[in-house]
Design a protein around this ligand. Structure first.
Ligand SMILES: Cc1cc2nc3c(=O)[nH]c(=O)nc-3n(C[C@H](O)[C@H](O)[C@H](O)COP(=O)(O)O)c2cc1C
Length: 242
């Protein structure tokens, strides 16, 4: 009887030890599981990386390498953003210049920035030949209406396509504010305008003096209100910008 009891006890101990060991393995599997999932996720999302980078990623143990890999991917994404080198800048109060600016942006896949006055122009401000705000500003070449906000990464752009409405034959004074606000040295500026009937005339040439001499100015182009996308495409083709 004693032998039977001790035999039974031995079996019970062996069983208990085996069960302990199994629970340890399943805990390890739970720990490993998130790493396996992350590896799969990364291999789907790391298309920006090279094949070698992908392989290295999958072969790495679950260490700090995980962090380095996501940094690698996001650096690639940042590079893609920086590759846009043309910025379309425009000022528009009633939408005509904005329309052309949006067409240019779509055609070129460029970035766009709207010059927004700190003190917005009301309808009364824009009523011309009334000696209203816009009339008064255009009469004084030294006026610099303040701009709200700005372009933080101007140094990343090498070409600026600059659009404005013609106000009494000239660019609105807020365009002068914009040109004096940044260092455009070595950049290309391509002006365009919209108007009721006037051509671009001297409006663009009069802006040259506000920038360093190293700025390369292209000839300007005037569009009518409600310009078609085709007319904008034609102009983009003529100036040969991509
Ligand atoms: C103060 C002021 C002056 C203007 N002067 C002229 C002008 O000299 N010649 C012209 O053809 N249109 C003139 N216009 C009309 C605008 O150039 C035209 O409506 C322009 O397309 C408006 O652009 P936006 O809608 O982008 O503001 C003037 C408009 C304003 C408000």
């Amino acid at each position: 009887m004693r032998r039977t009891v001790s035999l039974l006890l031995s079996f019970a101990m062996v069983f208990a030890l085996t069960a302990c060991d199994k629970s340890a393995v399943s805990e390890k599997q739970v720990e490993v599981q998130p790493f396996v999932q992350k590896t799969e996720e990364r291999s789907e999302t790391s298309q920006n990386g090279t094949e070698a980078a992908k392989q290295a990623n999958e072969e790495q143990p679950n260490t700090g390498m995980e962090m380095e890999t996501s940094e690698f991917v996001s650096a690639g994404e940042q590079e893609a953003d920086v590759s846009t080198k043309t910025l379309v800048v425009y000022f528009s109060c009633t939408g005509s210049t904005e329309l052309v600016a949006e067409y240019i942006t779509e055609i070129l896949g460029a970035d766009i920035y709207e010059i927004i006055p700190e003190n917005p122009y009301t309808e009364a401000d824009l009523a011309y030949y009334t000696n209203g705000r816009a009339d008064q500003e255009q009469n004084d070449p030294n006026v610099r209406p303040a701009i709200s906000g700005g372009v933080e990464n101007m140094d990343e752009y090498d070409t600026i396509i600059l659009g404005y409405p013609i106000w009494h034959g000239q660019a609105p004074r807020i365009i002068s504010t914009f040109l004096e606000k940044y260092d455009f040295s070595g950049k290309t500026i391509i002006p365009f305008c919209t108007s009721h009937s006037s051509g671009i005339g001297s409006s663009a040439n009069n802006l040259h003096a506000l920038c360093p001499e190293s700025v390369k100015w292209s000839d300007g182009k005037r569009f009518e209100g409600g310009a078609s996308k085709e007319s904008v495409e034609e102009w983009i083709g003529e100036i040969g910008i991509e």
